[in-house]
Structures are given as structure tokens and as C-alpha cells.
Write a protein that binds this ligand. Structure first.
Ligand SMILES: Cc1ncc(COP(=O)(O)O)c(C=O)c1O
Length: 403
């Protein structure tokens, strides 16, 4: 094959596939969001208030849950859900190693121990068949993560939890639109927590939502997320007049704001339209990579699942390439394509290795995925041309470095 300036990777001095850098996870922000933010800024009420309450209600309706409790982040929401579940020092919480550090960090925050269970190689989700072996008399909760937007087998997980009297707290950071056997994620377990971080399917820049069908738990979460003071304390500066309040427990400063909810309200209205756009991009990637021996594309959805299409993750086949994953990512960057890694398994992070003595080899499926995975841009903001650029860049790099 003759190498031209077009076919030579930019990292070797060739011409990049595109001239402008394509940011990984850039959100699609509409004029409606901008106008709503401006309206909030002009209203004189930018903190937690009426728009956040409306956002909670509409979000809960969308996921078919009884309650939505908005919070400053998914991390904050997971922390509160653990507290509301009564998880504390000496307890164990079963979760997946193939997740963001936050999922395990919050378990540490309440003084409990995260117990990892390896993932299924195909779904990349916690393998329900391995959960029971990890249950001890100290186990209090299971925290499944819907990896990349693919829902976990919630029948199997709920069944195990019921039989052992465990609470299920779903980390649905990737999974706003997901459903399992027709049941929306957010409506199934005692607690489900969503993320509205900048790169997520629905963004408020930073933010999150806990959903639950439990009235008493919802009431407590509303108090816990705002200093532990009584439920309507946010109204203390409103037109309804100052009402005395008191702390009923030492709560947290974990609330969302109306400024953020201004984004959320309109992001939610476009959630399904954005998913349709991402599904089109997903299909283009599947077709664009189908003949590349060095690239394994995501497993197709199972009939029981509605995939939220959050991350399009390819697995590189190192035996088919002369470069490693870091070099691949660097080569993509030189072509002006941003990418991500989801995830380096949590048990291999410095803190968890040191604290619990975890070592490579402990969770082989999570480690294999973690060492080979690359997430490509998949935002509704991408144009079809952007997607073609990503495909062209991946093809160029893996073809040049094919073994
Ligand atoms: C699986 C998972 N859980 C939790 C989080 C934490 O979300 P947040 O940034 O909203 O706290 C993330 C964030 O990226 C995530 O990917």
C-alpha cells in the first residue's frame, strides 16, 4: 500500500482527518435551555426552588417513579441513598469493579466496604451469577451500574436482593432512557441515582437525581440533601415569608439549583429525540467498523433491554495492532478526535489496592475490558459528518498499525 499524506497518521506527520478538535461528550444545548437560564437569572431566584421542584416532578414522571429528589451530583445521590438504606461502618456493599471511582468511593464515605464482583464479558455489567458467592452476613446492599447505558438484568438482581434482604441502589449515571423488560430504570429498585454531569445523556453541567417509590425515604432524602433542615426550608427567603426551621439531623449541602434545573427541564423534553440521534450514530459506527479485525464493536442489545446508548465503546484487539491503547488514543487525538476510557477497574486504583490488597487478576473480565476499551464520541451534538470523521480516523489508524 502506498502511504500518502492523507493515509499517513497525523501522529506521524500526516494530515489529520479533520482540522477542528472533536470534543468527547460535548452536550447539545438548545436555545430553550439558554432562554430558561436567562429567565432564571433575571428572576432573582437562582438557588434551589420552583424550577428544581418542577424538574424533579417531570423527571420522576419520565422514569415512572413516585419521587424524584434532585441533588448536586450522582455521587451525592449515591451517598445519600446509602445513608437512607442504613449502610454504615462494618457493612459491605456489592458492586462492579468496572465503574467510575465514585460508585465505590461513596461506600467508603459511609464507612462500609465495597465488595467487587466481576462483570459479564459481553454486557460489561455485574454478573448476577457471581453475586451470591460474594454475600456475607455483613452485606447490606447491591449497587449495580448500568454500564454505558445497557441495563443490568434487574430480575436476577432484584431476586437475589429479595432472598437475602438486601437493598438495591442502582447507579444509573449512564442510563436515563434505559428500561429492563419494559420497566423504566428508576422505577424498579428502592433507590436509583442518575447523573447530569456535562457529558451525560441529560446534562445540567453538574447534577443528579435520586428516584424512589418509598414516601418515607423520599421525605428523609429531601431533608438530608439540604442541611438536614425541614423540608420546605428553601422557602425561608421566599414571598411566603420567613418560617423558623431547625436541623432534624446533620444533613448535607447536596442540593441542585434552579439555574441548573433550567437546563434539565429542556434537556428532559428532548431526551428521546437525542436518543434517536445517538442511535443513528451508533449504527453508523457499527457499519463503519464491521470489517476491522482490530476492533470489537459493542454486543447488540438483548431483547429484554432498552439501551440508553450513552457510551459507544470499542474493544481493541492488541494482537492485531502494532501500537498499544495509549498510542491508539494519542493517534486519534492527533487526527483531532477526542476519546475516553470507561473504565480503569476501581479495584486497581491506588487507594483500593492499598486499602484492600487488590491485585491484577482479581477480576479478569473487568480487567480485560478495562485494558482494551476506548469510548468514541457519541453525543446528540455530533453531525453525521463528525461521525464519519471518527470512523475515518479509527480506520486510518488501525489500518496503518495493523499487525
Ligand atoms: C458509573 C458512574 N457512576 C457515578 C458517576 C458520578 O457522577 P457525578 O459526576 O454526577 O457525581 C459517574 C460519572 O461519570 C459514572 O460514570
Amino acid at each position: 500500500m502506498t502511504v500518502t499524506r492523507e493515509s499517513l497518521p497525523a501522529v506521524e506527520g500526516g494530515q489529520p482527518v479533520r482540522s477542528q478538535f472533536l470534543v468527547f461528550g460535548a452536550p447539545l444545548i438548545g436555545e430553550e435551555e439558554i432562554q430558561e437560564v436567562v429567565d432564571t437569572l433575571r428572576s432573582g431566584w437562582i438557588g434551589f426552588g420552583p424550577k428544581s421542584l418542577r424538574f424533579e416532578e417531570e423527571f420522576a414522571q419520565y422514569v415512572r417513579a413516585k419521587h424524584g429528589i434532585s441533588v448536586g451530583s450522582c455521587t451525592a445521590g449515591l451517598h445519600l441513598a446509602l445513608i437512607a438504606s442504613g449502610v454504615g461502618p462494618g457493612d459491605e456493599v456489592i458492586t462492579t469493579p468496572l465503574t467510575f471511582a465514585a460508585t465505590a468511593n461513596v461506600v467508603e464515605h459511609v464507612g462500609a466496604r465495597p465488595v467487587f464482583v466481576d462483570v459479564d464479558r459481553e454486557t460489561q455489567n455485574i454478573d448476577p451469577a457471581r453475586i451470591e458467592a460474594a454475600i456475607t452476613p455483613r452485606t447490606r446492599a447491591i449497587m449495580p451500574v448500568h454500564m454505558a447505558g445497557r441495563p443490568c438484568d434487574m430480575d436476577a438482581i432484584s431476586d437475589i436482593a429479595d432472598r437475602h434482604g438486601l437493598t438495591v441502589i442502582e447507579d444509573a449515571a449512564h442510563a436515563v432512557e434505559a428500561a429492563w423488560r419494559g420497566k423504566k430504570i428508576g422505577s424498579i429498585s428502592q433507590f436509583t441515582v442518575f447523573s447530569f454531569y456535562a457529558t451525560k445523556n441529560l446534562t445540567t453541567a453538574e447534577g443528579g437525581m435520586i428516584t424512589t417509590n418509598d414516601d418515607a425515604a423520599a421525605e428523609r432524602l429531601r431533608i438530608l440533601r439540604l442541611h438536614g433542615i425541614s423540608k420546605d426550608a428553601w422557602k425561608r427567603y421566599s414571598a411566603s415569608g420567613f418560617t423558623p426551621y431547625e436541623a432534624v439531623e446533620p444533613g448535607y449541602k447536596y442540593n441542585l439549583t434552579d439555574l441548573q434545573s433550567s437546563l434539565g427541564l429542556h434537556q428532559l423534553r428532548r431526551i428521546e429525540a437525542n436518543l434517536t440521534i445517538r442511535r443513528r450514530h451508533w449504527k453508523a459506527y457499527d457499519v463503519g467498523f464491521a470489517d476491522l479485525p482490530a476492533v470489537e464493536t459493542p454486543a447488540p442489545p438483548r431483547p429484554e433491554e432498552r439501551h440508553a446508548g450513552h457510551l459507544y465503546t470499542i474493544l481493541l484487539r492488541p494482537e492485531r495492532l502494532t501500537i498499544d491503547r495509549s498510542q491508539f488514543i494519542e493517534a486519534l487525538r492527533a487526527e483531532n478526535i477526542g476519546s475516553g476510557i470507561h473504565f480503569t477497574p476501581v479495584h486497581l486504583h491506588a487507594y483500593y489496592r492499598k486499602r484492600y490488597g487488590y491485585r491484577p487478576g482479581d477480576f479478569p473480565n473487568a480487567e480485560e475490558i478495562g485494558s482494551r476499551t476506548v469510548s468514541l464520541p457519541l453525543s446528540a451534538k455530533l453531525t453525521d459528518q463528525d461521525v464519519q470523521d471518527v470512523i475515518a480516523a479509527v480506520r486510518k489508524v488501525v489500518t496503518h498499525y495493523a499487525r
